[in-house]
Design a protein around this ligand. Structure first.
Ligand code: ADP
Ligand code: MG
Length: 405
């Protein structure tokens, strides 16, 4: 990749907008996992060292602008004010928060910035134009600053006003645009998964967002030697093979695509051979490991079974690259966490393998089970890491940044 980085530009005395990914989980009005904030600090610190005046933009959660009845409560729930104290904790006295996305308060706060100071603005999704990449909104933000840095890897697959519109306007105005350290690091790691030069290459897919993720299988089949499928995603594939999956989650409109994948990937796709099942997820009284691949009517598969863990472990042996996205089961529940834990452990123990984990829940699972330091790269982007593989290394929010001179 040949993108301009923050080291290639001198931002001294300049006002620079940094698109960060502060889309962090909240619980009870507090940040429950500040990994994404910590991940943005090296770029912020470098820009401070350069003497820049820094304006941070990020989205937080989802704001439904289509249904006006939902907009106010979504905004209340996803107020950047919940995030600001955690950012302040790391940046101390150099930090200011402004609870608006545009207008006189924002303009005044930016004019008042001194070199090294950092200003965080309100959730970009408070603006109806953000997700539509409204050119007026993008131009407004772009005109507030002298340059732009893209460091929100987790949002780089979205061409929104703050990720794509601003750098587009800045490029035209001959203002500098660059990628930050986090994006640089993510791209370096994920490029190895995209280029697929090292073999055996094993991909592991799971989780619950089947229709979002299933598209990546076509691209993965061209690159990898094996795809291990677990989590809720597995049941759509098993159902496509005519196996009885009981009441497990199946995405009916994906069955034809699953059949096509199974045909194209007949020697590559590995599916579960047993499951941990129960009739309900909460307070189950009837948890059991199935004896075969079939699931009795009335039961739901909530995790891969013990024999599948062994099967997946063996499939990873000797791998040079392992890419994993999506938990193998409902890992938040101790009845159904063994598959995810087993896969984490197996992956961490493959000697000499370059291991990459993408996806918010997958990354939390790795941390929860204590394997974070044993994985080569834990990505801050779920959708972004999958789309990068799907689109052969291209993401709109990175492609739009100026190339090195
Ligand atoms: P990621 O955030 O890593 O991309 P997803 O968001 O797609 O992963 O999926 C994570 C969720 O999938 C978890 O909350 C987990 O409980 C759920 N899940 C995994 N397996 C199953 C299953 N068999 N049935 C229901 N939910 C599942
Ligand atoms: Mg998730």
């Amino acid at each position: 990749m040949n993108k301009q980085t923050i080291k290639d530009v001198n931002f001294s005395g300049k006002t620079v907008i940094v698109r960060v990914d502060f889309n962090v989980p909240l619980s009870g009005g507090q940040v429950s996992d500040d990994n994404r904030i910590v991940a943005a600090l090296p770029t912020i610190k470098e820009l401070q060292t350069q003497g820049a005046k820094i304006v941070l933009l990020s989205h937080l959660g989802k704001v439904n602008h289509k249904d006006p009845a939902k907009t106010p409560s979504d905004m209340k729930k996803n107020d950047m004010a919940f995030v600001a104290p955690t950012v302040k904790k790391y940046l101390k006295g150099d930090f200011v928060y402004c609870p608006f996305t545009q207008g006189a308060e924002v303009e005044k706060a930016i004019k008042g910035l001194k070199p090294q100071q950092v200003l965080l603005l309100q959730n970009t999704r408070y603006e109806v134009g953000e997700e539509k990449n409204d050119p007026k909104l993008a131009a407004y933000w772009a005109n507030l600053a002298d340059g732009f840095v893209m460091d929100a890897f987790g949002s780089a697959h979205r061409a929104h006003a703050s990720t794509y519109g601003i750098p587009e306007v800045m490029n035209k105005a001959k203002k500098p645009t660059a990628i930050g350290f986090l994006v640089e690091k993510e791209v370096a790691a994920l490029s190895r998964c995209v280029e697929a030069k090292e073999h055996p290459y094993v991909a592991i897919l799971g989780g619950v967002k089947v229709s979002d993720k299933i598209k990546v299988i076509d691209s993965l089949l061209k690159k990898v030697d094996k795809i291990l499928i677990g989590g809720a995603m597995a049941y759509t594939f098993l159902a496509a093979k005519g196996i009885n999956v009981g009441n497990s989650l199946v995405e009916k409109d994906q069955l034809d695509y699953a059949k096509k994948c199974l045909k194209d990937g007949v020697d590559k796709i590995v599916l579960p051979i047993d499951h941990v099942i129960a009739a309900t997820m909460d307070n189950p009284t009837d948890v059991r490991n199935t004896l075969s691949v079939n699931i009795t009517d009335g039961f739901i598969g909530f995790d891969i079974g013990a024999r599948t863990i062994e099967l997946f472990k063996n499939a990873m042996k000797g791998a040079k690259i392992i890419f994993w996205n999506g938990p193998m089961g409902v890992f938040e529940n101790e009845w159904f966490n063994k598959g995810t834990k087993g896969v984490c452990e197996a992956m961490a123990n493959v000697k000499g393998a370059f291991t990459v984990v993408g996806g918010g829940d997958s990354a939390s699972a790795v941390a929860m089970f204590g394997f974070k330091d044993k994985i080569s790269h834990v990505s801050t982007g779920g959708g972004a890491s999958l789309e990068m593989i799907e689109n052969d290394g291209h993401l709109p929010g990175i492609d739009i940044v100026a190339d090195k001179k």
